[in-house]
Design a protein around this ligand. Structure first.
Ligand code: ADP
Ligand code: MG
Length: 350
């Protein structure tokens, strides 16, 4: 009796410890970096937290400050204001230590920084010390297996494709017990087909090893598919952060709906011209929120164009001079100059 009591007590004490310990690995607090005093550029007052083991995607157009943010987190850039905490400890800037960059983080940039004449295996193993050769080889082979590059181990880097080099660079960055992996545009040199595979592999490796991944991309498709947390940046500002599905369904800014889902944006006047009543300045909806039908008696939209999108068509429709886009899954059903009805079942107001 007393035994079962003490067991249940210690279990609840344990769960208390686990839930009360913060699971945040990185906190970015009011981070500001301006490269030139009188010019735009850099990042402005950015704050967010990252949970341990999450895959985080930072999405924004070119020049929006993604690389600046990534370098700041790693400790490569001297920032103007704010701080980064790694396990509640402040990350030192480049002027505060001999070798810039946090020891438990690694950053993979677009140039990969690989020794192109050395073998894949040696590039990765070079990150580990020679004091324990058995562990060195075990760890190297293990990370290569995680990234599915074991068959490449004896090839030289110059013999590899861009996508293969990307995998080697990630393996090299992860092999020495890295806790946070920073990836700057990891998909930019990878073909569309292999991209899906690399995305899935990054997600899987994060789950298997517990490493926290922060990746930067200008292509929202990379983030939406993969990330536990998404950050949308524009002109150096963080517009919104959260789960991909939440941000997609409830964007706080019109821009977010445009970059994530190529949303249709209408002024109030234009919205009214196609039958949407609103008091807001703008109405926003994703093309897939608009249902097309030819069954209704009133077919007031004219099909202006049909764009082939693979497994669906996107239709450009017009009514009273207002153009909108809608998705047609049943490909080829409508063609130019057809008339259809559109039921916009859901829209957001801004
Ligand atoms: P992204 O990675 O999203 O393309 P960056 O972080 O590289 O954007 O750059 C953000 C802005 O800061 C851009 O306007 C860029 O021109 C500017 N910038 C980046 N690095 C420097 C630098 N070393 N000196 C001056 N301006 C810079
Ligand atoms: Mg960049």
């Amino acid at each position: 009796m007393s035994y079962s009591f003490s067991l249940s007590f210690s279990l609840s004490a344990l769960s208390f410890i686990f839930t009360s310990v913060s699971d945040t690995i990185i906190s970015v607090r009011n981070l500001t970096k301006q490269y030139q005093a009188d010019q735009a550029g850099g990042i402005k007052n950015i704050s967010f937290d990252i949970d341990r083991g999450d895959v985080v995607a930072i999405i924004g157009e070119s020049g929006s400050g993604k690389s600046t943010l990534l370098k700041s987190i790693y400790g490569l850039l001297k920032t103007d204001q704010g701080e980064i905490l790694f396990n509640n400890e402040r990350v030192k800037g480049p002027d505060e230590q001999l070798i810039p960059g946090h020891k438990q983080m690694k950053m993979v940039t677009q140039d990969f920084s690989l020794n192109i004449y050395a073998k894949v295996y040696d590039n990765i193993a070079s990150q580990l010390s020679n004091t324990d050769l058995k562990t060195k080889s075990e760890k190297t082979l293990s990370i290569m297996e995680h990234l599915r590059i074991l068959p490449l181990q004896n090839k030289k880097i110059i013999e590899l494709s861009g996508g293969e080099q990307q995998r080697v660079a990630i393996a090299k960055a992860m092999v020495a017990d890295t806790k946070v992996l920073l990836l700057d545009e990891p998909f930019s040199q990878v073909d569309a087909l292999l991209k899906n595979q690399l995305r899935a592999d990054i997600k899987r490796v994060a789950a298997e090893t517990g490493v926290t991944v922060i990746l930067v991309s200008h292509d929202p498709a990379d983030g939406l598919f993969l990330a536990d947390q998404l950050l949308i940046v524009r002109d150096g500002e963080l517009l919104q952060t959260g789960k991909p599905s939440e941000i997609y369904q409830q964007p706080k800014h019109i821009y977010t709906a445009q970059i994530l889902g190529n949303a249709v944006v209408l002024s109030r006047g234009d919205a009214e011209k196609i039958g949407i009543k609103t008091f807001a300045a703008s109405v926003v909806f994703y093309p897939e929120w608009a249902e097309i039908s030819s069954n209704w008696s009133s077919r007031r939209f004219e099909v202006k164009d049909v764009y082939y999108k693979g497994f669906y068509d996107e239709l450009l429709l017009e009514r009273n001079g207002v153009a909108v886009r809608a998705i047609q899954l049943n490909r080829g059903e409508y063609k130019k100059n057809d008339h259809v009805q559109l039921n916009i079942s859901r829209f957001l107001e801004f």
